[in-house]
Design a protein around this ligand. Structure first.
Ligand code: ADP
Ligand code: MG
Ligand code: ZN
Length: 488
């Protein structure tokens, strides 16, 4: 078959649902806890949609949505309101979802990903649905999640690759966590991403889009878009047309598969929710919420790079692991600020290295949480100073750190308990002995001329270099061996 030469441009837009972290549900006082495993325990007549009940807006959810919008450079809609989106599904007891249509709380924002501004069309507030559990010969409904506050964010089709879409979603997750509006864990369904993918014949144009659902990880998001770009490319190169449809992602086979063809535009018969007053957001409220936005990931990225002169990879780890980054900064603040610049930078570099490789290693895959860590920033800083000053070798350092991690003891105290840290590694002492000999040629000559006390001086130097932890007998033997060899 003939294949066409086409210069196809991927066009990608994301639709993202985010479960907000609030105490209660969106329109009732039921506990917001979608992780609850006991079915239908956090429910009431309101979130079950019983007739005669009235919803009440959760102010915390409204604030968190505005906060998110502000962090994403959006305009805030001062005269917003809720609408009913009517459709039938067993997980939607009211027969409609309270959502926003004409006036989303936030619109026209952007998020910068690796230097490219990705426009955000809207961020609105709605409620989550229940969960269906499919058994062998029936389906069950769990309404614990029904009515949980849900934000929906829609991007413009500005993304141009699978990797960029993933970077966007990861950066968004980080922002949501920095803002403390959601844990945004994809595996738990707190962050649900749907990808719209099309191929344009020219930059700036749009192709026929395919929407991909059930993406449960960032990896799935990236893989699914990659797959879809390849699939559509093949079809278009054969001169065929793309069918506008919704496809699912099969995580095992790593393919997308057809789920449903796009029926004509859905008619949800949106209309303003008559049971809720409109939302009026005044300037003061917006200002107050804006003032509560702390440092955002991109700001922290810039600051860490500037203040600590760390490399990009290290900076990224400390930005992505917010608490680890904060702990790092507490450690650095323990160092004397009027140290020589080079020394301070060495201490900073060592601190980040020991945190990222050694401490994270000791956590064995558990996330870093400062409240779970026995090592105080002060002790960590002291430990780093000991390393930097050469008072403990990196090898001993690892043992000391492991002990600090286990007991929270301070490093000097651990070092004093000599038995634990005595240096008996022959190779290491040999290496040190050679250095000592090179650095102390005068004493070496003295010894070789017959001045026996010079040996004691050299042993002393080696002991000092090891912070007194070298096995003295071994140190003496090794030095003596080298000194005799030197003579021959
Ligand atoms: P719909 O009304 O079909 O839901 P929207 O205009 O609301 O379409 O867009 C939904 C999502 O699809 C948005 O993220 C948007 O950026 C994206 N999108 C729209 N058209 C295309 C296209 N041709 N190719 C890729 N993505 C698209
Ligand atoms: Mg849409
Ligand atoms: Zn309820």
């Amino acid at each position: 078959m003939k294949t066409l030469k086409l210069n196809l441009q991927p066009v990608i837009g994301l639709e993202i649902h985010i479960e907000l972290k609030t105490k209660t549900k969106m329109f009732c006082s039921c506990k917001n806890d979608p992780e609850e495993t006991h079915p239908n325990i956090n429910i009431c007549p309101i979130c079950l949609g019983h007739p005669g009940t009235l919803p009440v807006v959760n102010q915390e959810a409204v604030k968190k949505t505005i906060k998110t919008g502000l962090a994403l450079n959006c305009e805030i809609e001062k005269n917003s309101f809720f609408e009913r989106k009517n459709y039938f599904y067993p997980d939607l007891p009211k027969g409609y979802q309270i959502s926003q249509y004409q006036k989303p709380l936030c619109k026209n924002g952007f998020l910068e990903v690796r230097g490219r501004k990705i426009r955000i069309k809207r961020v609105h507030l709605e409620e989550d649905t229940g969960r269906l559990i499919h058994e062998k010969d029936c389906s069950l409904v769990d309404f614990n999640r029904a009515g949980v506050p849900l934000m929906e964010l829609v991007t413009e089709p500005d993304l141009t690759s699978a990797k960029e879409a993933r970077d966007f979603a990861e950066e968004l997750q980080l922002i949501l966590r920095y803002l403390d509006v959601s844990e945004a864990d994809m595996e738990k369904g707190e962050l649900r991403v749907e990808a719209n993918v099309s191929l344009a014949k020219k930059r700036g144009e749009l192709g026929t889009k395919v929407e991909i659902k059930n993406l449960n990880s960032f990896r799935a998001l990236e893989k699914a878009i990659e797959y879809e770009i390849a699939r559509q490319t093949e079809i278009l190169k054969k001169g065929k047309k793309i069918l506008q449809e919704t496809r699912g992602w099969d995580d095992l086979r790593e393919v997308t598969f057809p789920q449903r063809e796009k029926e004509k535009a859905h008619d949800y018969r949106y209309f303003p929710e008559p049971d809720l007053p409109p939302l009026y957001i005044d300037e003061e409220t917006i200002l107050k919420i804006r003032s509560e936005i702390g440092e955002l990931p991109h700001q922290r990225r810039e600051r860490l790079k500037r203040e600590y002169q760390l490399d990009e990879k290290t900076t990224e780890i400390l930005v992505k692991n917010k608490e680890l980054g904060e702990y790092f900064e507490k450690i650095v603040s323990e160092f004397e600020p009027n140290l020589k610049k080079e020394k301070l930078l060495r201490l900073i570099k060592l601190s980040s290295n020991y945190l990222i490789s050694d401490l994270v290693g000791l956590l064995k895959g558990l996330p870093f949480e400062e409240k779970e860590i026995l090592i105080t920033p002060e002790n960590f800083a002291q430990f780093i100073s000991l390393i930097e000053e050469g008072k403990i070798s990196s090898k001993i350092g690892k043992m000391v750190l492991a002990e600090m991690f286990k007991t929270g003891a301070d490093p000097l105290q651990i070092i004093k308990e000599k038995g634990l840290v005595q240096l008996t590694d022959k190779k290491e002492i040999e290496k040190l002995a050679q250095e000592i000999i090179l650095e102390n040629q005068k004493a070496v000559e003295d010894f070789q001329k017959g001045k026996i006390p010079a040996l004691q001086f050299l042993i002393g130097q080696l002991m000092r270099k090891t912070g007194g932890r070298a096995n003295p007998q071994l140190a003496k033997e090794i030095l003596l061996k080298f000194l005799k060899k030197d003579k021959i």
